[in-house]
Design a protein around this ligand. Structure first.
Ligand code: ZN
Length: 499
């Protein structure tokens, strides 16, 4: 490479899709605080700890000229409108053409994004970009740990890396890794990827890098990096609520010694495959959790994780199941939860603060969801729906209302967001530690912030688009030979392939 600064274009496209969520997410879901172009990308990202910030900072540190293009970010949900992908592709093509000669591209993606008519939005996008810039440009991509790494992506991209934490707290570091590996290639290093396929789906509520078999596997992979066998690794247990023909878990290792990278990928793939039967959460009946809360004398609230309706997992968040059960039992527990229900939000605004009205809440979207919850509620407060979270800036619920039904407070919102954070309640005047029972619609992200409030945490056996019992769903499009459905007996993962 000559002495001139390498020119690297960056872009971001983040949305996790759940194909059991029937809502099509319009481009407005990428709300104005989450779509940026050109220099605005820098302003939006560099002070934060996100994956895009990490990618930009690493490129600056290595002396690259960074060319910002398009940053689009939405909360998890259903499939996105086709218009989202066509808009992004059109804007990216514009920025790539306007940029002139490029040496590299660093993309920060979710990697499990479906549109109405495309099951592999990120793969199609990367294929298009590769066709546009040719083979000489280095393309690196950072993904979510739950990405569905497809053949299209593997063909189109030189570097694949993803989060190494779950709950995800290494966004910045992951963007930094992708850019660092991109710069390594531009400076002449001969990194190669080894990619193994593990045809299995496991529920995210069943594993974490903080403990158990998944932690042991992660530690083993980190040791491989520490020993210098590989430069980078990612274990991708795919987001399982995608009823599509190309879906698989994968392991990717990266190193200059291709044979060594392949050996490491094979070991990690076997390790991921071997933990499959352990990666299922212990689900507790809702009534059992209510019993525990009613007997609880600790002064701490009981946390009921309704993972099956987690907006972080792409669900709508429209389950009123726990409120219904409390009402049916005549329970006096002070409980809080949020329910996505735009019609009831509108009604709360019409009724006004301090006034009462009849409500019919939830079960508006998810197929087979019991409900609605009915009752006379007092409107306590009305909100624009923006809230701050620990690190990742703001969350957005759309217009929102807190409505009180005696001992039950329900935060009604137009859409779900950052659902594992206690701030989803706090910033709307509901302090989780003041309740007897707190419903948290999240898989794993809630554990760190909620463990400060209470150690009485139970994952409930509830219905929803993100149910951990994967066998409950009516699958129509999955490939053959996939755990936990029809994997042939005695199956072992194929050897990793080098790219
Ligand atoms: Zn994830």
């Amino acid at each position: 490479m000559s002495n001139k600064k390498p020119r690297v274009l960056v872009f971001e496209f983040h949305q996790e899709s759940n194909t059991f969520n029937p809502k099509i997410e319009p481009i407005e879901r990428f709300n104005p605080q989450m779509i940026f172009e050109g220099e605005e990308c820098f302003k939006s990202r560099v002070d934060l700890l996100g994956v895009g910030s990490g990618s930009i900072k690493a490129l600056w540190e290595r002396g690259a000229e960074v060319i910002p293009s398009v940053f689009m970010h939405a909360a998890s949900g259903g499939r996105v409108d086709d218009q989202v992908l066509s808009h992004l592709t059109e804007r990216l093509e514009h920025h790539i053409k306007a940029a002139g000669e490029l040496d590299g591209i660093v993309a920060t993606l979710h990697g499990a994004t479906c549109t109405e008519s495309c099951d592999d939005a990120c793969g199609v996008l990367m294929e298009r970009i590769r066709a546009l810039v040719g083979e000489k440009v280095v393309i690196a991509a950072a993904f979510d740990l739950h990405a569905n790494i497809t053949e299209r992506m593997i063909k189109s991209v030189d570097i694949i890396c993803g989060y190494n934490t779950y709950p995800h707290i290494d966004h910045f570091k992951t963007g930094h890794r992708a850019s660092t590996l991109c710069m390594d290639l531009l400076e002449g290093k001969k990194h190669q990827m080894a990619i193994a396929e593990i045809p299995m789906l496991i529920p995210p509520a069943g594993y974490t890098d903080k403990e158990g078999a998944f932690k042991v596997l992660m530690d083993r992979a980190k040791e491989m990096v520490a020993q210098g066998k590989i430069a980078d690794f990612t274990i991708f247990p795919v987001q399982p609520w995608l009823d599509i023909p190309e879906i698989t878990s994968r392991v990717v290792t990266i190193g200059e010694d291709a044979e060594q990278a392949k050996q490491c990928a094979d070991i990690l793939a076997k390790g991921l495959f071997d933990l499959r039967d352990e990666a299922w959460p212990d689900l507790v009946d809702v009534d059992k959790i209510i019993d525990i809360a009613e007997e609880n004398q600790s002064g701490k609230p009981v946390i009921l994780a309704d993972s099956a309706d987690s907006p972080n997992g792409g669900c709508v968040g429209d389950s009123p199941v726990v409120a219904m059960r409390l009402q049916e039992r005549g329970s006096k527990l002070r409980a809080c939860m949020f329910v996505v229900d735009p019609v009831s939000v509108k009604k709360a605004f019409e009724i006004g603060v301090g006034k009462k009205g009849e409500f019919s809440i939830g079960a508006g979207y998810t197929a087979g969801m019991p409900g609605p919850f009915k009752g006379e509620g007092m409107v306590r407060s009305l909100h624009d729906g923006y809230f701050r979270t620990y690190k990742s800036g703001t969350g957005y619920l759309g217009l929102s209302a807190v409505v009180n039904f005696g001992n039950i407070d329900i935060l009604l919102c137009e859409q779900g967001s950052n659902s594992g954070s206690p701030f989803i309640y706090r910033q709307f005047g509901m302090e989780p530690s003041f309740y007897d029972l707190v419903v948290v619609k999240a898989n794993t992200s809630f554990r760190a912030p909620y463990s400060v409030i209470s150690d009485l945490i139970y994952v409930a056996d509830t219905p929803g688009a993100g149910a951990s019992n994967l066998k409950l769903f009516q699958w129509k499009n999955l490939p053959k030979g996939l755990y936990p459905f029809d994997l042939p007996e005695g199956y072992q993962p194929d050897q990793a392939k080098i790219k």
